[in-house]
Design a binder for this molecule. Structure first.
Ligand code: BGC
Length: 496
């Protein structure tokens, strides 16, 4: 077979195609919010049934992340992403077609599987094909596409929402077929990662691919490093290996960074921003949704910025800058809600500005860093299973935060401090939407609670967040084997 030669831009194209998995992740988690009011009325559902449908997606993601980590070590990164693409397409078609609520639950569970699978396998794939000096940027493409997916889902919900047509939730879900097909077709053109091929003893194939994506002068060095890593341990890897003492730090980092990413409350803003903006005084569901679209746009814009900073400033600097900004803006947001009565109209605008600031700081730091770090810190032999544990933690923490948000709001609301809104709500008994007064509690305490977790995150990060900028993946393993501290990782010699 004729060998193809090195192409400088190829690796970026490959990464961009794979990152379409992120677009699906963002789209499929975001699309449900706009669809809920329609299928709720269409199927005559109680709020608890709606919750079951929403939770089914999250549950599927947890299952997908945990079940397939090991499979990606056995069958390869490419086949794992391929399976996610197939599930995305079928799941989107099924969600749109679902004739009964039960069928919709299973469809959401099914598509959740694909979200869980892609959330760890795509960053992992990209990390393994990338030269180390641009690895951060390329893996962050995944996060960029998540944010674009969320924004597109808001926009497509807006485009299809038709108050005269209860079935308008169906096209919202059908839209997911399009990015699913892009990934499905694209994946056939992507190579398997040289690192995984090497781990299976397929050295020649690995070399052929490496020559196309790695600078010619670095190919041999890179091959040698992978060989050395595999030489260190030829026994068959198993699930328990990832819990060995020398990998303790890697495990703490994977779970810890996802804890911080989720417990600063990001998805209360992503999922509930229309509600938050209504509470603060934007009138009507439409204004509130537009406010949410603005949040999505800020998220995309600052994620783009992070692509240019992540390999320059490094992971630790971005982490601390981001978290300080997040803590300050959460604190300020809490103040706006606490003094909501006296601030009047100004409060409404201050709230939206601080939400933008909060999202901007998240987008340059914890958003991309979570997925990047879990794809970097595990040694090749257990990289699939290791990063799937990180991803599983992400979905679990995400579920806990989403499930507890309104409870935390209630818990921290002093009596009489609740903010009342008048909303058009669904009444299952009469199957109509009627105007009702809702006591929302006051989210000030909840935002301060997330700010406090952010402060803990800063302290945790000082000890545990590794600087992986420019460090070859194989060097990271050496550092753990030698019992090195996470915060000294940057001292591990850099290379490609
Ligand atoms: C997080 C998601 C979040 C998204 C927002 C991702 O990194 O894992 O939970 O919704 O960023 O941009």
């Amino acid at each position: 077979m004729k060998e193809k030669s090195y192409n400088k831009n190829l690796v970026t194209i490959i990464a961009a195609v794979a990152a379409t998995g992120g677009l699906l992740f963002g789209f499929d988690t975001g699309v449900i919010s706009g669809a809920i009011p329609f299928f709720q009325q269409d199927f005559h559902l109680s709020n608890s049934m709606v919750e079951n449908i929403t939770t089914a997606g999250l549950a599927g993601a947890v299952i997908g992340a945990i079940l397939t980590g090991r499979l990606s070590d056995i069958f390869g990164r490419k086949k794992t992403i391929l399976s996610a693409a197939i599930i995305f397409v079928i799941g989107a078609a099924w969600s749109g077609w679902a004739p009964t609520p039960e069928s919709l639950i299973i469809a959401r569970l099914f598509i959740g599987l694909a979200i869980g699978i892609s959330s760890f396998s795509v960053p992992l794939y990209i990390a393994e094909i990338s030269p180390s000096h641009i690895r951060g940027r390329l893996v962050s493409l995944f996060q960029l596409l998540i944010t674009i997916g969320i924004l597109v889902s808001y926009l497509s919900d807006l485009a299809f929402a038709n108050n005269n047509d209860l079935q308008s939730w169906r096209p919202m879900f059908y839209m997911g077929i399009v990015p699913g097909l892009i990934l499905l077709i694209g994946i056939f053109f992507l190579p398997e990662t040289p690192r995984w091929l090497m781990s299976k003893g397929r050295e020649e194939e690995g070399l052929r691919i490496l020559k196309r994506i790695e600078e010619p002068s670095l190919v041999e060095e890179s091959m040698q490093r992978m060989r050395d890593e595999l030489e260190k341990d030829r026994s068959r890897p198993n699930f328990r290996e990832v819990f060995r003492p020398w990998l303790r730090h890697a495990l703490i980092i994977a779970v810890g960074i996802m804890f911080v990413q989720q417990f600063v409350g990001i998805n209360t803003v992503i999922y509930y921003s229309p509600k938050i903006f209504m509470i603060v005084g934007f009138q009507g569901a439409h204004a509130a949704i537009w406010a949410a679209v603005s949040v999505g746009a800020v998220n995309v814009a600052f994620t783009v910025l992070s692509l240019f900073m992540i390999d320059k400033l490094g992971r630790r600097k971005l982490y601390f800058i981001g978290l300080v900004g997040i803590v300050v803006s959460l604190f300020a947001l809490g103040l706006v809600f606490a003094f909501h009565d006296s601030l009047g109209d100004t409060g409404k605008w201050l709230a939206i500005v601080f939400v933008w600031v909060y999202i901007a700081f998240f987008a340059i730091s914890l958003g991309p860093l979570g997925w990047l770090i879990i794809s970097e810190i595990f040694p090749l032999r257990v990289r699939g299973i290791g990063s799937s544990i990180g991803s599983l933690s992400n979905w679990l923490f995400n579920g806990i935060v989403a499930f507890t948000f309104f409870k935390i709001v209630k818990l921290f609301t002093a009596s009489g401090a609740g903010i009342i809104t008048h909303e058009k709500l669904y009444d299952a008994a009469t199957n109509t939407f009627t105007m009702q007064a809702v006591d929302n509690g006051n989210p000030a305490g909840a935002f301060w609670f997330y700010a406090a977790i952010g402060v803990l995150g800063i302290i945790w990060g000082y000890f545990y967040l590794p600087e992986t900028k420019g460090v070859a993946l194989e060097k990271i393993e050496d550092h753990w084997r030698m019992g090195g501290k996470p915060r000294h990782l940057h001292k591990a010699q850099s290379g490609s």
